[in-house]
Design a protein around this ligand. Structure first.
Ligand SMILES: Cc1cc2nc3c(=O)[nH]c(=O)nc-3n(C[C@H](O)[C@H](O)[C@H](O)COP(=O)(O)O)c2cc1C
Length: 303
């Protein structure tokens, strides 16, 4: 019922762990597959290890999470070992994720990660929390998107998905640029920029002041991004942003998604969230007489 083919890669269900939620360790990625995830995305890896931002880096409420982790990761050389270890224990599709500070560095890291048994390579050009270090995210610039995709395509045979930002006002037009540059898929979306102020302390809660908003509050924003991108391109979409229930996942597919990323919901509902969403999707599909996800993909565009 939930079987999904994405770029000719079979997923037993469309739910994939979003990047950054459970780090780079093979053990935690294997754990979510054992608990119902159709596939996993590793936390974004960079050329060198990064410690990320100072604490506090994260706060959460019933409606959203706000994080400024700052892309902390052990670096690509360490990450390669974890990716290999994941695949020794699992046949589930693995999405490798990388970020870099220049298009040339993207190509260097892409070349390295392509030696690992990843099925898809995701390019994180959209983290909103590191602009003081990296300047404006590449995800706002058609020229940067084009250059990065062309440079990465030249060094890898892996299909690539480019991760876009809901902070860009013209996300559908940027998705079209990515498609024309040769991207195989679009991941939409990363977190949306936000902040919180502690009124008693009279200062921002996060040490970094700004962070990225994820979780349920992001869902309607992400859903519209996916809807607009689906209307603009012919390449498949990994819809990510606030998906917490089976109903959310089906809405993303009706907007045009092929895969559905699940991130903050792991915090809200535990690592069993994948199996819970699977059961909820199956129940709704049964009630609504839907036999397969292909039957409803993009269906909301007809109205
Ligand atoms: C703590 C945290 C760390 C994240 N790290 C990354 C990352 O390293 N790379 C990336 O592409 N996205 C990262 N993200 C963004 C998520 O992959 C996802 O796009 C976003 O959280 C929206 O989905 P959600 O509402 O299901 O969490 C991170 C999100 C959170 C909450």
């Amino acid at each position: 019922m939930l079987h999904t083919s994405f770029l000719s890669i079979p997923f037993h269900n469309p739910l994939v762990l979003a990047s950054g939620i459970l780090g780079v360790s093979a053990a935690s990625m294997n754990h979510v597959v054992d608990n119902g995830a159709g596939g996993v995305t590793v936390k974004s890896l960079s050329k060198e290890p990064r410690t990320g931002h100072a604490n506090p880096t994260m706060i959460a409420s019933d409606t959203h999470m706000l994080n400024a982790v700052g892309l902390s990761n052990p670096g690509i050389d360490h990450g390669l070992g974890e990716l290999r270890m994941f695949k020794q224990r699992s046949t589930a599709p693995l999405i490798g994720s990388i970020f870099a500070s220049t298009p040339e560095e993207f190509a260097d890291v892409a070349k390295k990660i392509s030696t690992a048994p990843i099925d898809i390579l995701e390019l994180d050009i959209s983290c909103p929390n590191v602009s003081t270090e990296f300047g404006e995210p590449f995800a706002y610039s058609p020229h940067a998107i084009l250059t990065i995709i062309k440079k990465v395509k030249a060094v890898t045979d892996k299909p690539i998905s480019i991760k876009l930002s809901p902070n860009a006002w013209n996300i559908a037009a940027l998705a079209r640029v990515a498609e024309q540059a040769g991207a195989d898929a679009i991941t939409a979306v990363n977190t949306v920029s936000g902040m919180q102020i502690n009124v008693q302390a009279r200062m921002p809660v996060l040490h970094n002041k700004y962070g990225g908003v994820s979780g349920p509050a992001l869902f309607p924003i992400a859903l519209k991004c996916v809807y607009d991108i689906y209307a603009a391109v012919n390449i498949p979409i990994i819809a990510t942003g606030g998906v917490t229930t089976g109903e959310d996942a089906l809405a993303m597919i009706m907007a045009g998604a092929t895969l559905v990323g699940v991130g903050s919901a792991v915090y809200y509902r535990g690592t069993g969230v994948f199996q819970k969403i699977v059961v909820e999707m199956q129940q709704i599909m049964q009630d609504e007489g839907i036999a397969s996800l292909d039957e409803i993909r993009g269906v909301a565009h007809a109205s």
